[in-house]
Design a protein around this ligand. Structure first.
Ligand SMILES: [Zn+2]
Length: 538
């Protein structure tokens, strides 16, 4: 059969997996089709615009405030009254904004201090400005945070720095989530970082700082927390490369360990957080996959034949891997599960087709595996990886490729319809509502090595369904007959009534006189004949 022509809905051009800006990296639906890098650029652009607008508003309000002050100084009477009327509606907002303005114009020293505290590498040109804008945004956030929630990051950071230097005591939040795994990861991390000597110490300090900073940022939106993590990865990698002159392959290795260390700790707070609709999406996908339980490999044109024991083994392994993803805490470990699953899929295809699998075969098979496995918290896992994985992992390489494919597979499952499964709309609807199952229709096409009991069972099921159909037919025919009988009786009754109405029965009173002379009257036959006139001769 011609697989190509049948694969109408599932085929995704490989170029569609790439960033829509054409930079050559892998894109992702979560980033509106951009790669992580371009997406962040877009995101920053939007944020810059917002900051610019805030700034302009602040300046305008400052000007107005000054004018108001000047006018109230000169003529304290009528003029300020009209002005206050003019500004009446804005009063609340303005008082807040004026504070903003003051903060803005004294921000440089504070931002500088904070920069030093965060020990960020100085950035050139645009990035530097961006960083500055970020600081302003952070200041803005501080201002709008209620005082009871307010904890100035610069103060907190300074405090924490001291704390770390003095006692090297873990923060309370780390205490709370202490677990065997966390401890093990910590030990491993420290051991690993020792091999890096001085840069290693620096990395460790950076990580501790980051974790402490994050513990004060739990009320930020998940996107902002993700942004912090991505910034952190970027900064640490930059420091290792520029400041410590660590060779790239060693930087990559260190970054993997850094991700493992910080995300094992952050996981609890940032995986499927309550502030997002991740959980809702998880349930929706799970429900959708359950409703699609009837989809067969044939419908998806999956070039995998599970009758081959080796292939069915691969399929089971692939399903296990994708389910296992949920149990991992580190984004990269989750990615590794996806990659392992994908490799088993490629193997399964290769064994079935007896030739290397193509990318065109891969996506439908991945969809089939996801449908068969229904992995727990699929959307949460994808979101978590997208937000907190070191972006360089997602943009290139094997892991990035398979991850992008998995996102595609999930997007496909969400919009799966009759056409993409080569089914008629009626069949699709019937399967979706569970009225019938395509498996029943295919029971004749068993391969010879299917076990006898299964064959017998399928035959019995067939027979049962045939009997069921017959029963239904008999019942419906009996009902029809009953209806016919009722209709016939009703018809006759009506006909009779019509006739009776048309020709009503009239009973006329009997006329006695007429009866007397009625020669037909039987009684009268016995009477003597009427007298005849007689003629007498004489
Ligand atoms: Zn891009």
């Amino acid at each position: 059969m011609n697989l190509k022509s049948e694969r109408r809905g599932i085929h995704v051009d490989q170029s569609e997996l790439l960033c829509k800006k054409g930079c050559g990296y892998y894109g992702n639906p979560a980033w509106q089709g951009f790669c992580s890098k371009c997406w962040r650029e877009e995101y920053h652009k939007a944020r810059q615009k917002q900051i610019q607008e805030d700034w302009e508003l602040a300046e305008r309000l400052q000007r107005e405030e000054e004018e108001a002050y000047a006018s109230s100084q000169s003529t304290q009477g009528a003029q300020s009254l009209t002005f206050s009327k003019f500004e009446e509606k804005k009063t609340n907002e303005k008082t807040r904004k004026v504070t903003t303005v003051k903060k803005f114009f004294t921000a440089s020293s504070r931002a500088g201090a904070k920069k030093a505290a965060e020990e960020k590498t100085p950035k050139q040109g645009q990035l530097g400005r961006e960083r500055n804008a970020d600081n302003i945004l952070r200041d803005l956030k501080e201002i709008f945070t209620p005082s009871w929630e307010l904890s100035s990051p610069s103060e907190a950071l300074a405090g924490k720095l001291k704390e770390i230097q003095e006692a090297k005591a873990p923060s309370p939040s780390i205490h709370r989530q202490a677990s065997i795994e966390t401890d093990r990861v910590s030990k491993e991390f420290i051991e690993f970082i020792r091999t890096y000597q001085k840069p290693g110490q620096d990395i460790y300090k950076q990580c501790k700082l980051f974790l402490d900073t994050m513990s004060h940022k739990r009320d930020l939106s998940i996107e902002e927390q993700s942004e912090c993590a991505q910034d952190f990865y970027q900064n640490v990698a930059d420091r290792l490369q520029t400041r410590w002159k660590v060779p790239p392959e060693k930087v990559e290795k260190a970054m993997d360990e850094v991700e493992k260390y910080i995300m094992t700790r952050q996981y609890k707070y940032v995986f499927c957080p309550e502030t997002t609709d991740d959980e809702k999406k998880d349930l929706a996908v799970q429900k959708r996959i359950r409703a699609l339980h009837w989809v067969t490999p044939q419908m998806l044109c999956v070039p995998v034949s599970e009758e081959i024991p080796e292939v069915s083994d691969m399929v089971v392994k692939a399903i296990t891997d994708i389910i296992e993803m949920d149990s991992k805490r580190v984004p990269r470990d989750k990615l590794a599960c996806i990659t392992k699953c994908s490799k088993h899929i490629f193997n399964a295809i290769k064994i079935t087709k007896n030739e290397p699998a193509s990318a065109d075969d891969f996506l439908p098979t991945l969809i089939y595996i996801v449908l068969k496995g229904n992995p727990p918290r699929l959307q949460s896992n994808i979101q978590y990886i997208t937000r907190f994985c070191n972006p360089s992992r997602l943009m290139t390489g094997e892991d990035g490729y398979y991850f992008t494919n998995l996102c595609c597979a999930v997007a496909f499952i969400e919009k799966l319809d009759a056409q993409s499964l080569n089914l008629s709309q009626e069949d699709f609807d019937r399967f979706m509502t569970g009225q019938t199952s395509p498996k029943k229709q295919e029971s004749d096409s068993f391969s010879p090595d299917v076990c006898l009991g299964v064959k017998q069972m399928c035959k019995s099921l067939d027979l049962l369904s045939q009997l069921n159909e017959r029963q239904e037919r008999i019942v419906s025919e009996a009902k029809k007959l009953e209806k016919d009988l009722i209709d016939w009786t009703d018809g006759i009754t009506k006909e009779v009534e019509d006739i009776v109405e048309k020709y009503p029965l009239e009973i006329k009173p009997k006329s006695q006189a007429l009866a007397a002379i009625d020669s037909e009257n039987v009684e009268n036959d016995k009477l003597p004949p009427p007298l005849q006139p007689q003629v007498y001769a004489g």
